[in-house]
Design a protein around this ligand. Structure first.
Ligand code: TYD
Length: 153
């Protein structure tokens, strides 16, 4: 099964939406395999957002990610990377469809509630960036056979 990274951004902590957002992923049937609160650093964000370093908003993006701790989560499921990304919705909350997390909880291109990995390859790199191996737990979901058909597992 795939594992993917979700970061609950400082705006989510400030707005008291942590439980609601985690609840959505749990209710969908994704298994929470790791979770921690952490204060991000400039160094880590330079790596995490390296693809955006030439953008004019790079510094304010980094500042917005360091103003409080974030909550890093690892969710697992079949095709979890694609499913979680679809649940997050478009980057800009004003364009995100209702029913998506960003479409339901935000109005901003930057204060947009969550970060989600955009490919399986990046999910692996990002999970290794935010979690030590022993912080990801591979316990078995007791309801697996009610979440998926036997030929999907
Ligand atoms: P990006 O990786 O393009 O989007 P996503 O988070 O949907 O994978 O951008 C990373 C973050 O950069 C995004 O969540 C918010 C911020 N950002 C801005 O502040 N302004 C912008 O115009 C864009 C495109 C992104």
């Amino acid at each position: 099964m795939e594992k993917t990274l979700v970061l609950l951004k400082p705006c989510t902590l400030q707005r008291g939406l942590v439980g609601e957002v985690i609840n959505r992923f749990e209710k969908r049937g994704l298994r929470l395999a790791g979770m921690k609160m952490m204060q991000l650093t400039d160094e880590l964000l330079n790596e995490h957002y390296a693809h955006l370093r030439e953008k004019p908003f790079f510094q304010i993006l980094k500042d917005s990610m360091m103003c409080t701790p974030v909550i890093a989560c690892c969710f697992e499921g079949i095709e979890a990377v694609r499913v979680v990304r679809a649940m997050a919705g478009s980057t800009n909350g004003r364009n995100a469809l209702p029913g998506t997390i960003r479409g339901d909880y935000c109005m901003s291109n930057q204060q947009n509630i969550v970060h989600t990995s955009d490919s399986l390859e990046n999910a692996e790199v990002e999970l290794a960036r935010f979690f030590r191996p022993e912080e990801i737990f591979d316990f078995e979901s007791s309801n697996l056979k009610y979440l998926y058909a036997s030929d999907e597992l």
